[in-house]
Design a protein around this ligand. Structure first.
Ligand SMILES: Cc1cc2nc3c(=O)[nH]c(=O)nc-3n(C[C@H](O)[C@H](O)[C@H](O)COP(=O)(O)OP(=O)(O)OC[C@H]3O[C@@H](n4cnc5c(N)ncnc54)[C@H](O)[C@@H]3O)c2cc1C
Length: 83
């Protein structure tokens, strides 16, 4: 697939790491027609925002609560639910 800017979506793309940055990148690549895959070393996605008790990994605490605005803190095409 070609676009006016001359950027092609031919070939395979690998997104390494499926925290929020990788997930957003992968979503947009797929939407633009790239043959893209995500590769994650953990057995879960979400990166630092996924709580784990594994002391070898950095994560939010089990009790972490985000108190920023859910309207401003969401993706426009994937809003948070009511609660
Ligand atoms: C409580 C809290 C509040 C925050 N508030 C803000 C804020 O207000 N504003 C702000 O800008 N930021 C904030 N941050 C920081 C922000 O959340 C992080 O910068 C962001 O989540 C990082 O996302 P990321 O996808 O880049 O990285 P990560 O979430 O760290 O994900 C990286 C992923 O890549 C994987 N990975 C790494 N290396 C490899 C490899 N070689 N092969 C396969 N997989 C690999 C990891 O396992 C991980 O899943 C906050 C963070 C926390 C915890």
């Amino acid at each position: 697939m070609n676009n006016p800017e001359g950027i092609t979506s031919e070939g395979k793309v690998a997104v390494i790491g499926l925290g929020i940055s990788g997930l957003a990148s992968l979503k947009n690549l797929l939407e633009q027609g790239f043959d893209a895959v995500g590769i994650e070393r953990n057995d879960y996605i979400g990166g630092i925002w996924h709580f784990t008790e594994d002391k070898q990994k950095t994560s939010v605490l089990e009790t972490t609560i985000a108190n920023s605005s859910k309207q401003f803190g969401c993706f426009t095409d994937f809003p948070f639910g009511d609660n």
